[in-house]
Write a protein of this length. Structure first.
Length: 221
């Protein structure tokens, strides 16, 4: 018998105490810079056993302003911005070329935390993108060499042949260039930190870039 989706949804629990701890969030002691708090929360998510804490949702918009979202990997975060990578020819790459603005979303349910980041996006110089790619695994290079991301695929066999050729080249030439591979940096204009609370008195702290620093404000949950 097919499972009823609505029944299944109603059976699920958010933040099961057997696997989730909801730590207090004292916003009065939060650092002046959002990057410092992000780094702390990221380290705490790793320590708490959150699986794949470096994955994030990336939202972009096409030429008509229609939104799109997908899950990608965080490649770094520093004073230059939050970094991720993709082919410039992919759907997200084309979106960013036409509308260089994006939003990121991190969710770490083991601590009941979310982080939202949004701002303009720029492409790093090509040599930085290539260095980032070649610092990753053979599989990452093989996937990049396979290329044609977001294009229509004729068959699974076609992908298998292209992938095998890419794996062979990645093993033979670990410095093989992939000209379309691009490292992007999102320079945040706004960063929001969300901490879940057992009685639904969730804590939301928003940082907004202002002249000479960051303005902070609390938001209703």
């Amino acid at each position: 018998m097919a499972q009823d989706l609505h029944e299944l949804l109603r059976s699920l629990r958010v933040w099961d105490p057997r696997i989730t701890e909801l730590p207090p969030f004292d916003t009065d002691t939060a650092p002046a810079e959002p990057l410092d708090l992000f780094t702390r929360w990221f380290a705490e998510a790793v320590a708490a056993g959150q699986t794949e804490p470096h994955t994030m949702s990336l939202a972009t918009a096409d030429e008509a302003g229609l939104p799109d979202v997908r899950t990608v990997m965080l490649h770094g975060a520093d004073t230059d911005g939050w970094a991720f990578a993709s082919h410039a020819t992919s759907r997200k790459g084309r979106h960013l070329a036409g509308r260089p603005y994006a939003a990121l979303g991190f969710y770490w349910p083991v601590l009941g935390r979310q982080v939202r980041v949004r701002g303009p996006v720029t492409a790093a110089p090509s040599e930085e993108g290539q260095a980032d790619l070649h610092a990753r695994s053979t599989g990452a290079l093989a996937a990049a060499l396979t290329g044609r991301q977001s294009e229509v695929l004729g068959s699974a066999d076609e992908l298998a042949r292209a992938s095998e050729a890419a794996w062979d080249r990645a093993r033979r030439d670990p410095d093989a260039p992939v000209p379309s591979w691009t490292l992007y940096r999102l320079r945040p204009e706004e960063v929001e930190f969300f901490q879940g609370e057992e009685r639904r008195r969730h804590v939301r702290l928003s940082y907004r870039r202002a002249e000479g620093g960051w303005a902070r404000e609390l938001l209703w949950p």
